[in-house]
Design a protein around this ligand. Structure first.
Ligand SMILES: [Zn+2]
Length: 126
C-alpha cells in the first residue's frame, strides 16, 4: 500500500497475484495433451441440437455442447469435471437431443418443415 493512498500499488497487485498463483496451482490454466478419441474425434465434446424451432425466417436450431465420456479431452473445454459425461450412444438414444450431424438434422428438419406446412395450411388470412 502506498502511503496516503487507499488503493494498492501495481507492485502490491503483482506480489499478491504471484502469491495467489503459488497457493492455487490447480487453478492455473495448463496445456492438456489431446488424446485420440474415436467417439468425439478428439474435440472432447459433442455438438448437440436440443431444440429445432420453426420460425418465419426458417428453422432455428438451439445447440449446446456435451462432454465426451470416452476421453479426457473435455478438460480443454470445460476445465472442471462436468457433472455428466456423455457417450455418442446415449445422445443418439436421447428422446430430444440430436447430434449436430447432417444425417440427424436432415431428418428432424424435414419433420419440422412438414409440421410448418401443416401450420401454413391451417392459417387462413382474414
Ligand atoms: Zn472423446
Amino acid at each position: 500500500m502506498r502511503p496516503g493512498s487507499p488503493f494498492p500499488s501495481i507492485n502490491d497487485l503483482k506480489e499478491a497475484w504471484i502469491a495467489w498463483k503459488a497457493s492455487h496451482p490447480e487453478k492455473i490454466a495448463r496445456e492438456y495433451e489431446e488424446e485420440f478419441c474415436s467417439e468425439c474425434g478428439g474435440k472432447g465434446y459433442f455438438e448437440v441440437v436440443y431444440e429445432v424451432v420453426p420460425s418465419r425466417f426458417g428453422l432455428i436450431e438451439y445447440t449446446t455442447i456435451l462432454p465426451c465420456a470416452k476421453c479426457r479431452n473435455w478438460k480443454k473445454v470445460f476445465g472442471e469435471k462436468p457433472r455428466k459425461l456423455w457417450t455418442r450412444e446415449e445422445i443418439e438414444k436421447h428422446p430430444t437431443f440430436y447430434l449436430k450431424d447432417k444425417r440427424h438434422i436432415a431428418g428432424r428438419a424435414k419433420q419440422v418443415e412438414e409440421e410448418q406446412e401443416l401450420c401454413t395450411e391451417a392459417y387462413v388470412p382474414l
